[in-house]
Design a protein around this ligand. Structure first.
Ligand code: NIG
Ligand code: FE
Length: 391
């Protein structure tokens, strides 16, 4: 007996190329079965064998998609930066330095306040279809505050990332090498048991390529896996440093050239675009087409944080990627699901196939195209994780 049958699915996105030969692997008039939180059968509705199910859910002819895998977020922080946003909309440029305001707020917040804010943001993402979320530290920037940030992040996800190298904290401005030594030493020692990933903001006003190399080397020696914030604010070596270290993903990549494309094309590193950051910093959107043309694996994520992208909404990321970064609607949906999973080196999420986690959303539209076609409209009707309805 199976736990669940989801049936009468007008359009089921599986992300299994074998199913219809396209990357989205769409099955029309589909159904699937869930046993112990995983997909145990998937196919055409006409092939469902009458059997015992504890529960039968009808999608009423609507679309079902894999849960979004939001692979880049900063959710442990206090306060907001609405006035900074407002100033930007009146012409102020975005700069890495604004992060230190959130660091002050975060340091003086209690664990309970930080946890409450994280709960709210994770639930917000869940209700718009995000079933796997990555969470970074990076607003503590002291041993104790990075540690508690990661301890809190771990309560929500196994995809936790140590971002002690977010910016130089104010008290280390005149001794940056001392801060790098602290990140690579006592801070890393304290946080390593609570983090899967190590990340560095390698950009203007943050960390240099050589500091980035030093920090990634130390993190890898401690068993953490590398990923990077690269080339958000200006062209630079970030993407190439990421590839050099075998990073699972290089993120932002608002600036890239042919040599960056060549490096990514010969690697296993995912190129992650964060359209919410361009939106909220009023920056020029990169054109993703050369990445796709080179066969590079692409992801999109929301980059939820109080400075550059205060949203958890993956459908909005899809709409922006399509409208502003020249993704096709199919590429955008794939990047928000399977692409995010690859960026986290996960093969149990981001697709729907026998053995995968039963993480999925039922949309209120018959076509997944509506995710880009109806921007700002809440189309996610139900969200299921591990075969249980969670929203
Ligand atoms: O990914 N770019 C660096 N870090 C964040 C922004 C953090 C902030 O402004 O508070 C990002 O966009
Ligand atoms: Fe970020």
């Amino acid at each position: 007996m199976s736990d669940l049958l989801v049936t009468d699915i007008g359009c089921l996105v599986t992300n299994e190329v074998t199913i219809d030969g396209t990357p989205l692997g769409v099955i029309y008039d589909a159904a699937f079965e869930v046993t112990a939180g995983k997909v145990s059968w998937i196919g055409s509705r006409s092939e469902v064998k009458a059997s015992d199910y504890q529960k039968i859910v009808s999608a009423n002819g609507k679309s079902v998609i894999p849960g979004f895998v939001d692979s880049h977020n900063h959710l442990v922080f206090a306060g907001d930066r609405a006035t900074e946003f407002s100033a930007r909309m009146q012409g102020q440029p975005y700069a890495a330095g604004g992060i230190n305001y959130t660091v002050e707020q975060t340091r003086s917040a209690s664990n309970e306040e930080l946890r409450k804010n994280t709960v709210a943001l994770v639930s917000e993402g869940l209700s718009s279809g995000t079933t796997t979320v990555e969470i970074k530290s990076g607003y503590g920037l002291s041993v104790a505050d990075e540690l508690r940030s990661l301890e809190i992040a771990r309560e929500f996800t196994e995809e936790t990332t140590f971002l002690g190298a977010h910016v130089m904290p104010t008290e280390f401005k005149s001794a940056p090498e001392d801060y790098v030594a602290m990140v690579c030493g006592p801070m890393l020692d304290a946080v390593a048991p609570h983090a899967k990933w190590i990340d560095v903001f390698c950009d203007r006003g943050a960390f240099s390529p050589n500091q980035t190399r030093q920090i990634l080397t130390a993190g890898i020696a401690k068993g953490l896996l590398p990923r990077l914030h690269a080339n958000q604010l200006e062209p630079g070596e970030g993407i190439q440093v990421g590839v050099e270290f075998g990073a699972a993903s290089v993120d932002h990549i608002s600036h890239f050239d042919d040599s960056d494309i060549a490096a990514l094309a010969n690697s296993n590193t995912v190129a992650t675009f964060l359209p919410g950051a361009e939106f909220s910093t009023r920056s020029k959107y990169p054109d993703a087409r050369p990445m796709f043309a080179a066969g590079i694996k692409v992801a999109i994520a929301s980059d939820c944080n109080p400075g550059s992208s205060y949203t958890t909404n993956m459908p909005l990321m899809i709409a922006l990627a399509v409208r502003e970064m020249f993704f096709t609607p199919e590429q955008a949906l794939w990047s928000a699901t399977k692409g995010g999973a690859l960026a986290l080196r996960r093969n149990d999420v981001g697709h729907l196939a026998v053995g995968a986690k039963a993480d999925f959303s039922i949309l209120s539209s018959t076509s997944y195209l509506h995710l880009a076609y109806r921007p700002g409209v809440n189309l996610v009707e139900q969200v299921w994780r591990n075969g249980n309805q969670v929203s």
